[in-house]
Design a protein around this ligand. Structure first.
Ligand code: SF4
Ligand code: SF4
Length: 422
């Protein structure tokens, strides 16, 4: 049975924007991976593309210049170290070492060494027999993958062919929304050049790009609680990851830049830019003529799954595809863009249940949370641990209830030891 989602307001102001290279920022804050350490010290000069950290997927200098310090960054998603590099005027590239791969292991090692986090996915899904290229991008505002499909379709084709050959995957599905004819045509052309590759025109609903929905609807396999796509032998890559893999094998230049959408009601010039990893959000916002002062909400990533931040000096991470800034008051729910009226009582409309891709019953979970007796048993029966945190229930609720938080509280309660509850 297919899983359907909800339709979000489209609000994609940058669909027609060509990708612009961001001018070199004054300094960058390149994240050091959690399993690695910085390999450079303050005062050292680095060239763009030189490796600056250890780790399974290491980091590389995204600009050339002088290392100023290793700084702790406090991001709401968790703190991490970053190598702060003050850019120089020359912007010289490090000499490249061309990657070589002739089998699955050497391919996975090469992609990991490139600094692209697709390396983690390849390593986890080494036994995959289906490759899905996820071009769905169903969240509001974000067009980074769509622009990649239109601008880099040849690279995507080459990346799919390389991944398919070296990972030994013969079944490839490219998922593209059925309302984007240009993307469909670009990907159908690509599919025609790779054996075993088909294009699936999917409904542009949300969360159509989640692993749960892609594995269920396209691979026709079921993800059980706690499983990832790799557990079902499905490898899911973004179009930009396929394009980067091809580019890396063609040029040897590691992952130091990414496409990012800059948009929101405080942005005068919405745009899609290619920016060095570690660029402060403030530089991206300034480039898009954003008026930061009256901002009520700054989101890194999509409105539904991104993270709300307050510090405009936080750096752009390797997987951050959007920076969105708004003056409108926002609901407390995870990124919902509705005007923040005070919440009212549940009117039992059932919309949250119909919106949930896994048929959870958020309103019943909320009711169970307030029970005096048998609360834990009732909550356990409603299976809140299956929630994929998509935020669709909060988005549709006319009573403006923060159902994301409700599910979180239910799971916190179920995680508590017997003696601590009730
Ligand atoms: S309960 Fe979880 S999975 Fe269901 S709609 Fe809400 S956030 Fe999404
Ligand atoms: S969508 Fe909101 S108002 Fe409707 S049943 Fe769910 S919690 Fe209640």
């Amino acid at each position: 049975m297919k899983i359907w989602g909800i339709f979000l307001d489209r609000d994609k102001n940058t669909e027609k924007s060509i990708t612009i290279a961001l001018p070199t920022p004054e300094r960058v804050y390149v994240p050091v991976p959690h399993d690695g350490e910085a390999e450079v010290k303050a005062g050292q000069w680095v060239l763009a593309g030189s490796r600056i950290s250890s780790g399974m997927v290491p980091s590389h200098a995204s600009v050339s210049g002088k290392v100023e310090e290793i700084k702790r960054i406090d991001d709401p998603a968790g703190s991490y170290d970053a190598v702060v590099i003050k850019a120089d005027a020359e912007q010289k590239q490090a000499a490249v070492k061309m990657p070589r791969a002739d089998d699955r292991d050497s391919f996975i090692s090469a992609v990991c060494a490139s600094g692209c986090t697709a390396g983690f996915k390849l390593a986890a899904a080494r036994d995959a027999d289906i490759l899905i290229i996820n071009g769905t991008e169903s969240e509001q505002y974000v067009t980074s993958e769509y622009r990649c499909i239109l601008d880099d379709s040849q690279l995507i084709t080459a990346g799919i062919a390389l991944t398919s050959r070296l990972m030994g995957i013969e079944n490839i599905i490219v998922a593209v929304p059925n309302d984007l004819p240009e993307a469909i045509s670009a990907m159908e052309k690509a599919a025609g050049e790779v054996k075993g590759c088909t294009v699936s025109k999917v409904r542009p609903d949300y969360p159509g790009g989640s692993d749960l929905v892609l594995v269920n609807n396209l691979a026709e396999r079921k993800l059980r609680a706690g499983e990832t796509a790799a557990d079902q032998k499905v490898l899911i890559l973004m179009p930009s990851e396929a394009a980067f893999i091809a580019s890396y094998f063609e040029t040897g230049v590691p992952f130091i830049k990414r496409r990012v959408t800059v948009d929101g009601d405080l942005v005068k010039t919405p745009c899609v830019v290619e920016a060095p990893v570690g660029t402060p959000l403030s530089e991206l916002l300034a480039f898009a003529d954003a008026n930061v002062d009256p901002a009520e909400k700054l989101v890194v990533g999509g409105m539904m799954t991104g993270r709300s931040v307050t510090d405009t000096e936080l750096p752009l991470g390797k997987n951050d595809d959007a920076v969105l800034i708004f003056m409108k008051p926002i609901d407390p729910g995870k990124g919902s863009l509705k005007i923040s009226d005070a919440k009212t009582n549940c009117i039992k409309c059932g919309r949250c249940m119909r919106a949930c891709p896994i048929s959870l019953m958020p309103m019943r979970i909320e009711k169970a949370l307030h029970k005096k007796k048998n609360r834990k048993a009732e909550l356990a029966r409603l299976r809140p641990e299956l929630c994929i945190r998509c935020g669709a229930c909060t988005y549709v609720c006319p009573a403006k209830r923060d159902l994301n938080r409700v599910i979180e509280r239910a799971n916190e309660l179920l995680d508590r030891k017997e003696s601590e509850e009730e």
